[in-house]
Design a protein around this ligand. Sequence first.
Ligand SMILES: [Fe+2]
Ligand SMILES: [Fe+2]
Length: 334
Amino acid sequence: MYTQALNSAAEPARTASDPEREKRFQARIDAEERIEPNDWMPEQYRRTLIRQISQHAHSEIVGMLPEGNWITRAPSLKRKAALLAKVQDEGGHGAYLYAAAETLGAAREDLEDELLSGKAKYSSIFNYPTLSWADIGIIGWLVDGAAIMNQIPLCRCSYGPYARAMIRVCKEESFHQRQGYEIMLALCRGTPEQKAMAQEALNRWWWPVLMMFGPSDKDSQHTETAMRWKIKRFTNDELRQKFIDATVPQGHFLGLTFPDPALTFNETTQHWDFGEIDWTEFKRVIAGDGPCNRQRMKQMRAKHDNNAWVRAAALAYANKRQQRAEAAHRVAAE
Ligand SMILES: [Fe+2]
Ligand SMILES: [Fe+2]
């Protein structure tokens, strides 16, 4: 409610195009100053950030589903405790990020509606199923690993609240990555069946993980402005290459083979060359036709309906507290 009021009150000043102010705004960005919620900003900057931050928040929340699937089936108490903590962390990341989007005037209810109606996107990776315990290792090692690659530069994002949220989030992501790698290590040092399970999981997840960095630079619509505004610091292809360079030696240490015959170390560039990504699969999954899109959205809608009483109770409690505070204020004023 409050954010909606803020939004409509602030709208006229923010939408007006103002070349002088835009110039000063860009100069602040170029000087590495942080933009804060009450500062003037171009409307497109605000919209770009709301879109990016809310997509990021949705991804954290939807990302709880594939891993939540294994909490009751974790192979030991230790694994269960770690997985439970990790999934809770992801919920916390979602909450921080929704709060960061609210500082830009977005209403949380609207952001949720956009997700539930299918209008807003979330990371394509969470539309793949978790079929074995090794998938939990893979998600920590690779999916959280890719998330770290994306999010470390976001700690220096020009928008203050987003950058600060990312600092804490990245600390937790590095724990997630380690717990995933440790699961992989245990499986790869285990029985031949466990090793085969780890390899099979890598075979299924490797390509979808590479797609997490988004379309190739030549096809990316948002990169250029996002770089100028220092929302983004590296392009999709740069981040993908950094991730591959960091990850391939980790996979080889586990004794695993990557499902890409073209993967070779290039002595000249000092980077790993890799094969062609299947962008038709990426587009299909983003458009809603991945292996689990329908299931995820059904789960999200059911969760939203089942939790309606929690929202109603929280709102009633907040109203009661406010009424009490107002009454106390009136007594004090008399
Ligand atoms: Fe996260
Ligand atoms: Fe994570």
